[in-house]
Design a protein around this ligand. Structure first.
Ligand SMILES: NC(=O)c1ccc[n+]([C@@H]2O[C@H](COP(=O)([O-])OP(=O)(O)OC[C@H]3O[C@@H](n4cnc5c(N)ncnc54)[C@H](OP(=O)(O)O)[C@@H]3O)[C@@H](O)[C@H]2O)c1
Length: 430
């Protein structure tokens, strides 16, 4: 029998324990597929005594995961600790420097240090694999780097955060407010105790930055991602979207524009007929468009022990079989440095919701602010009276430039008759 592939695992939480479980339960299948067995030789986490639902008694224990990365008897170091810096980064750097292959699920690390780590892996002549870092169980890294290798990618977009998609789906079905649904998601374990990374769009932005690099062969530029979350989406917005034939989704969208890259994460209104509008709950979806293949669509679970372990072990299988592809599809030295295109130059239609005093002249003032920026209205909804004399007004614009829209919104916000900041959601034609 061929020598086993020796694996050291740093981090035994949700994903680490799931990975051990998969390696154990699918051991025979994996051996047949790779022509060699897998052997976990060493593990590390903070608390050796914690019950993880899987046995770790047979593996060499390390209190120090960084020491393990270079010192353990391993061909592959699997980093499942998390965080863009600190221990996780040290584990990956040390493993690469020691000539070990690295598999990680760490999107924060890859989004912020991906280019340097890709260079380090190439210098060491080893793989740096990260399928689990983007959209969990969906094999989107493999699909884009290998399945779509013949295409020039035109655009990539998707629902990249299951927590946000769960919250938005529940808000639509139940009519409940963001805070209430978030609290319930936290109680059920679908959202973190500190939900900021998810609901403020940062987690989706990490994943988009990685996808952008693969799609366009450029250095990973997390700072170039325009990022807005879902805290401001209200049940009213969701109800109006429904009335107008849209659904609200948090999308990450990347495309080439004017010789640079536009990367943005924000709530979008998408036509109800589009497939992505029907990706609900914790599911993720990615649409990658190639110049020959056209649209390709991938959907599945973006998180959880099983789906994420599936992606981690798929990377280990590649290493066991000797399959290796540059980290971001082209050699690190050839990754392009492309400028970030600011969102000011974005063009699209906009949904705007206002709360205004129900007095004569208010609509004329709002219309004047739009007219002065050459923004024309496609639709307006204004109905009803309320006891407090404050009524909602909803506008849909024709296509316009973001910078003009922002100027108009600032002017509308300053009107005495507009009683709270205007809420704006971009409409995506897709
Ligand atoms: N959870 C998901 O569904 C999911 C999906 C896709 C990607 N990911 C990514 O996968 C990675 C792991 O996520 P997770 O959900 O499995 O996290 P987790 O449940 O919080 O587990 C983290 C693990 O790292 C260990 N750890 C933390 N600090 C350490 C240190 N200084 N030294 C040694 N071990 C340390 C912890 O040890 P103790 O157990 O002893 O505390 C724990 O076992 C992250 O990068 C995350 O973004 C997660």
């Amino acid at each position: 029998m061929t020598e086993p592939l020796k694996i050291a695992i740093a981090g035994l939480g949700t994903v680490g324990a799931g990975t051990l479980d998969l390696l154990t339960r699918n051991s025979d299948l994996l051996t047949r597929r790779c022509g060699r067995p897998f052997a976990v030789t060493a593990v590390s986490a903070r608390d050796r005594r914690r019950d993880r639902g899987v046995s770790i008694a047979e593996y060499e224990w390390h209190d120090d995961p960084v020491g393990m990365a270079a010192g353990a008897d391993a061909d592959v170091v699997v980093e499942l600790i998390g965080g863009s810096d600190g221990v996780a980064k040290a584990v990956v750097e040390r493993a690469l420097a020691a000539g070990r292959h690295v598999v990680t699920a760490n999107k924060a690390l890859m989004a912020i240090h991906g280019t340097d780590l890709a260079q380090a892996a190439e210098t060491a002549g080893v793989s740096l694999a990260y399928e689990a870092a983007v959209a969990g169980g969906i094999p989107i890294v493999k699909a884009m780097r290998e399945g779509l290798a013949a295409n020039s990618i035109v655009r990539v977009y998707g629902i990249l955060n299951g927590t946000c998609n769960y919250i938005l789906s529940d808000m639509r079905e139940s009519g409940r407010a963001f805070e209430e649904v978030l609290a319930e998601a936290q109680a059920l374990g679908y959202a973190e105790a500190d939900p900021a990374f998810d609901v403020d769009g940062v987690d989706a932005a990490h994943k988009l930055a990685i996808l952008t690099s693969i799609a366009f062969g450029c250095e990973v530029d997390f700072d170039g991602v325009h990022c807005e979350g879902i805290r401001h989406v209200s049940p009213d917005d969701i109800a109006y979207a429904d009335e107008l034939g849209y659904r609200i989704k948090l999308l990450g969208i990347a495309s080439m524009k004017d010789g640079g890259i536009e990367q943005r994460v924000h709530p979008c209104m998408v036509r109800r007929e589009l497939p992505i509008a029907h990706v609900e709950g914790v599911l993720n979806a990615v649409v990658a468009t190639g110049n020959f293949v056209e649209d390709t669509v991938y959907e599945g679970r973006g998180a959880g022990a099983g789906p994420t372990a599936s992606a981690v072990v798929a990377d280990i299988v590649d290493i066991a079989c000797g399959r290796s592809i540059p980290t971001f599809a082209v050699p690190a030295a050839d990754l392009r440095q492309l400028p970030a295109v600011p969102l000011d130059r974005h063009r699209g239609e906009y949904y705007v919701r206002l709360r205004v005093l129900d007095v004569p002249g208010v609509i004329a003032d709002v219309a004047a602010a739009l007219r002065d920026e050459r923004i024309s209205m496609e639709a307006m909804i204004q109905r009803g009276h309320s006891p407090d004399n404050i009524v909602p007004v909803v506008l849909i614009t024709h296509e316009t430039e973001e910078v003009a829209m922002m100027r108009a919104l600032a002017r509308i916000d300053a009107l005495d008759t507009v009683v709270e900041p205007p809420r704006m959601i971009r409409i995506e034609a897709l």
